[in-house]
Design a protein around this ligand. Sequence first.
Ligand SMILES: Cc1cc2nc3c(=O)[nH]c(=O)nc-3n(C[C@H](O)[C@H](O)[C@H](O)COP(=O)(O)O)c2cc1C
Length: 294
Amino acid sequence: MRTRITELLGIEHPIFQAAMSWASSNAPLVVAVSNAGGLGVLGAGPLRPDDFEKILVRIQRETRKPFGVNIPLNGARAPELLEIALQKKIPVMVASQGGPREQMPRFRAIGTKWLHVVASVEHAKKAEAAGVDALVVDGAEAGGHPPPSQVGTIVLVRRIVRATRLPVVASGGVADGAGIAALLALGAEAVQLGTRFIATPEASVHDNYKRAVLAAGTVLTRGTPVFDLVKETVIRASPESPLEIPAGAVVVPGARAVTTGWGKELGLSLQTPVIVKYRDERTDLSTALESWLR
Ligand SMILES: Cc1cc2nc3c(=O)[nH]c(=O)nc-3n(C[C@H](O)[C@H](O)[C@H](O)COP(=O)(O)O)c2cc1C
């Protein structure tokens, strides 16, 4: 099937595997999706710069097809990650959390296609005015960071398709073939699936998480501010402003915080050998869990 998105990116199918911190912060999932003709997207947000570089090298070795990289532009490590992404000439940027104007020109100059994640009509128009190539529209159903407005995918995609001239990638609750057909019928020119790809052998999460996704019914989706709250607290902590640890959080000195609530929901415990899953990529989570388990 051809759309403006497949033409723009040179992919066979109008299907993106969404950037998912940790779950798609590794090479195998991205490579598998891109090699299958979709667009694999690396979730670079939680990666340390040296790990990011190694993973990019591996992706570029294992696929010749286009792939994407998601960098949250206001993240603490964004400047370093952006330099590496530029140096490695990534084919597609899927930028989130921050405006495109500052960084986009240097990527466009080396041929990178710049897609911007938006979650409102207002931001979609701003991104269009800034000159992005296409939009990824996250509706309220999107796992991870759904828009605070809680406007659902079906409504938001339709509105943004009408409000801008840009091709739109619809994201949030798509899940299967019927979902893909529905969003394309509403004017999207590709779809992005996240949670669905967690239940794959290549996703970099514990098997309990994959089982939880497969076993989930329609009422198990839950939102919690705890993970972000903890992350923010850790990033901003300094000797002058000590950590204020929210209830239910475990903070690992010198590393990121892991919420006990999150782990418990997935059936993890201190004895669960989650560490094995992450050891080769050496992400922050592995450091956190290693020192936590010690
Ligand atoms: C575990 C998880 C982590 C996510 N991390 C990110 C991220 O780092 N950056 C980002 O732009 N979106 C992130 N998202 C949102 C996805 O890119 C995508 O919009 C969403 O998963 C689509 O909804 P779906 O899960 O219903 O398919 C994440 C989603 C999940 C489920």
